[in-house]
Structure formats: structure tokens, C-alpha cells
Design a protein around this ligand. Structure first.
Ligand code: SF4
Length: 457
């Protein structure tokens, strides 16, 4: 028997990491001894880190990668001979940086099977260079896009659900679970990190696997489930069947999901049914209120369609949580004020956490944004250690505003209305324009349903 391998997650939006639960299910099924740790909740298991022949670090998002790189350096100091592998979307995008002395390998796409093959190769004394789906300094392989037969995620040994973000509704907070019913995405929004990895493909997770994962989290106390698919309505029939089964088995369980504006309009008839099955809110990446920017990002929707989407959800009794990318090289100060005014007039102030108002466009290596003919007009040098190309706004006021709103977000309290007013004040001051005399916003008490983790990147 070999010494246990170590899998580490650093940050997954405040939920129990599927990026540990799925690979450890695949690895354990094959007889591999695994210790895993979510470092957003627990300390690095030092003893295992010192002895593990293989250390996998999950990097499904930018923040996870920033933290993961620090962890890899620490593991390398503790255990110089360990094979360190980064897996997940951001591993692929930043492979040149990672493979330059920090990682031994990277894997992306449907990574569980290549990860198992790699671990078995390393345990047998190999370096993974001949393993399909693995990229090392010596061998390039694209993300694995072969459908996997995934088992039910193995959540044993992970921190309990009470260590993670709660679902808050009607003044109550309850435990929340997290599942995925599909991976990848059919769409090609230019700024989205899913696109360079999945290239318009998506993979359905079998109904029974998703239900088994819901069941085990309900048994662990979850009263709400987040469907964390990049877009839940890439497979609307699948989504409907799963939520129907969820409701039939757990009539008290509520859920949320993410879907794009285009899908809200296209599948508008489904939303009353989702509500009946227990949906309480829907996350949708609105991004901007400037038509040119929406087109530039290939979002597939207009501002008028965003308004229709808000109306469809409202009519169905569902809250919307729009997400935004307010700072791009193309967003003017006037656009920013229009965005704030739009949120206000759509009565969405309590639906937009302040952190959403300071998001600055990231341009990781491989981003589809880099393929646009206008790229030379705005792209600066690659800041590999920050995992993004640099860009500067032509109007220095916008960078200043972004920093001011980020500082406000850092020190913000829980009052969305006060937070929003502070952002408005900063923006109008920079514009050197008087604040319009808005009618007071409707105060929603309790606030719309949400998860107690606002960050999403
Ligand atoms: S629909 Fe969402 S997940 Fe799909 S490419 Fe666009 S932003 Fe990414």
C-alpha cells in the first residue's frame, strides 16, 4: 500500500468543494488512498503534505489559483519530491506559468479520469509525461473533453456543511448544499474562462448521480441546494427532471441556479414550474448596460432583454441576482452611472452585493477576448504571476473609481442600500455631476433570498 496522496482545495465560493469530492470518489473507487483538505476551512494537513507522493491542487477559479500557488510553494518546501499537479480550468489557462518550476503537471476539462491515470503513473514511479490528458513541461495535451462516467461525489472527510456559506431567506439562515448537473457550456461569451477550456461543449451529469449527491447533502442537513452548473439551462429537460425529482423527494428543499438572459427568455414557460419545485432565486450574468459592450462580450442579450428577464422572474415569484462586470476597457464613467441608474430603476439594489460593482475584467492567457481584432488597442503585457493580461482604462478616472469602489466593498456592512448609495456618491463625485433626485428605493425587509457568500470569481 502506498502513502496517501493529498488533494487540496483553496476556495470554492463558500461551498463544500466538488473539486475534492469528485476526484476522491474516482480515486478511492480505484483503490487509491486519498487525504483531502479544503484550506478555506482547515489547515494544511502537514504530516500528509510532508509524505504524500502526489499533491493535487484544485483551481476552478481565479481566487483558488492565487491561493493555490502559495500552497504549492509551501508543499514544495515541505516535500520537494512530491509530484504537484494543478487541476481545473485555471490550471489550463495558466499552464505556462505553473509549469515553469512550480507544478509538475496540469489537467483541465473533464479531469477526474486523467487525474486517476496520472496518480497511478506517479505511484508506479512515472512522471505523467505519457499519460493522456496531462500537460507537463515536456508534453502538451488539450483539456480532456471525453465524457466520463462519474460516480457519486465522495464527501466523506470534507468539512461539514455548517463550515460553509448559508442560505438566507425570510430572516432565517439554513445549511446549503452544492451540486452540479452539468459541466462546460454551449455558449462562447468572450470573457468567460469556461470558453477556452470547453469550447462550446457541455456534459450532462446523469440524473441518478445528481440525485444521489443531493440526497447525501440533505442527509447532512442541507435545506437548500445550489445548482452550480455554469448554465443550468444548457440542458433544460435535464434541469426540469432533476428539480422535479428533487421536489418529489424533498418537498421542503429550496434551490437556486445560474442561467443566462437568453435562456430566461427562451424558457420563460419553465420558471413558474421551477418556482413550484422549490426555486427561490436565479443568478444571471447581466454584465453591462451598454449595448456595445454586451455585443463585444458576445453575451447574446440586449438591455431590453435583461429587463424582460427581470420581469419574467418577478412574474414567476423568483428573485434575480444579476452579476456584473462594470470595469472593462470600454466602459466609460457615463456607462457606469447608467449601470447604477438601471439597477436603481429596476428595483434591484438589494439584489446586487457591493462587490459586484467593483469587478474589473480579468484577461487570463487563452481568453477568447484576446482573439478580437481590437486587442492591440487595449491589451497590455501579461502579468503571469497575477494570471491576467494587464490593461489600463484610457480614462484614469475609471481606474480610480474601481479602486474606490473596491475599498468601499472591503469595508462595507450588510446594508445594501447604504452600500449602493456610497458607490453612487463616489461615481457622481468623480463625474463632477450632481446626484439625481431619486425617489427613495423600496426597502425589502427581509431582503431577497441569497447565499451568505457574495464573491464569485
Ligand atoms: S453562458 Fe455563462 S458559462 Fe456560458 S460562456 Fe457565457 S458566461 Fe460562460
Amino acid at each position: 500500500m502506498h502513502l496517501p496522496i493529498l488533494l487540496l482545495a483553496c476556495y470554492e465560493l463558500g461551498h463544500q468543494p466538488l473539486s475534492l469530492a469528485w476526484p476522491q470518489a474516482v480515486l478511492r473507487e480505484a483503490g487509491v488512498a486519498v487525504v483531502s483538505a479544503d484550506l478555506s476551512v482547515v489547515a494544511l494537513p502537514r504530516e500528509t503534505a510532508v509524505s504524500a507522493p502526489f499533491v493535487g491542487i484544485a483551481v476552478p477559479m481565479h481566487t483558488a489559483l492565487r491561493l493555490g500557488v502559495q500552497v504549492a510553494r509551501r508543499v514544495r518546501r515541505l516535500n520537494p519530491s512530491a509530484h504537484i499537479c494543478f487541476y481545473g480550468m485555471y490550471a489550463w489557462l495558466n499552464r505556462d506559468y505553473l509549469l515553469d518550476g512550480l507544478a509538475d503537471s496540469v489537467i483541465a476539462g473533464e479531469y477526474e479520469r486523467p487525474l486517476l491515470d496520472l496518480v497511478q503513473d506517479v505511484l508506479a514511479g512515472g512522471q505523467g509525461t505519457a499519460v493522456s490528458g496531462i500537460t507537463t513541461a515536456a508534453s502538451q495535451n488539450p483539456p480532456n473533453l471525453e465524457r466520463l462516467n462519474l460516480p457519486t461525489p465522495d464527501r466523506s472527510g470534507l468539512p461539514a456543511l455548517n463550515q460553509y456559506a448559508r442560505y438566507e431567506a425570510d430572516g432565517d439562515m439554513v445549511l446549503a448544499g452544492y451540486v452540479e448537473a452539468s459541466r462546460g457550456c454551449l455558449h462562447t461569451c468572450q470573457h468567460c474562462p469556461v470558453v477556452p477550456v470547453y469550447n462550446g461543449r457541455f456534459f450532462i451529469i446523469p440524473h441518478e448521480t445528481v440525485m444521489a449527491d443531493i440526497r447525501q447533502q440533505a442527509a447532512a442537513g442541507a435545506k437548500h441546494i445550489t445548482f452550480g452548473d455554469p448554465d443550468f439551462l444548457n440542458g433544460p429537460g435535464h434541469a426540469l427532471k432533476i428539480t422535479q425529482a428533487l421536489h418529489a423527494e424533498f418537498p421542503q428543499l429550496t434551490f437556486d441556479f445560474t442561467t443566462k438572459v437568453e435562456h430566461i427568455l427562451k424558457h420563460r414557460d419553465l420558471f413558474p414550474t421551477f418556482k413550484e419545485y422549490g426555486a427561490t432565486f436565479v443568478i444571471s450574468a447581466f454584465e453591462a448596460t451598454n449595448e456595445t459592450i454586451l455585443a463585444r462580450l458576445n453575451k447574446g442579450h440586449t438591455v431590453a432583454e435583461m429587463e424582460t428577464a427581470v420581469a419574467i422572474l418577478k412574474e414567476a415569484g423568483l428573485a434575480v441576482q444579476p452579476t456584473w462586470m462594470p470595469f472593462t476597457p470600454w466602459t466609460s464613467l457615463e456607462d457606469y452611472l447608467n449601470l447604477l441608474a438601471w439597477i436603481r430603476t429596476q428595483d434591484l439594489i438589494p439584489n446586487v452585493p457591493i462587490v459586484q460593482l467593483c469587478i474589473r475584467m480579468l484577461v487570463p492567457p487563452e481568453s477568447a477576448l484576446l482573439n478580437h481584432p481590437d486587442v492591440l488597442a487595449w491589451r497590455g503585457p501579461l502579468s503571469a504571476e497575477n494570471f491576467t493580461y494587464q490593461w489600463q482604462h484610457p480614462d484614469p478616472c475609471m481606474d480610480e473609481l474601481q479602486q474606490q469602489v473596491a475599498a468601499l466593498a472591503e469595508s462595507a456592512g450588510n446594508n445594501h442600500y447604504a452600500n449602493f448609495a456610497a458607490v453612487e456618491k463616489a461615481a457622481y463625485r468623480l463625474m463632477d455631476a450632481p446626484m439625481p433626485h431619486w425617489l427613495p428605493p423600496t426597502i425589502y425587509e427581509p431582503p431577497p433570498p441569497r447565499l451568505t457568500e457574495d464573491w464569485f470569481c
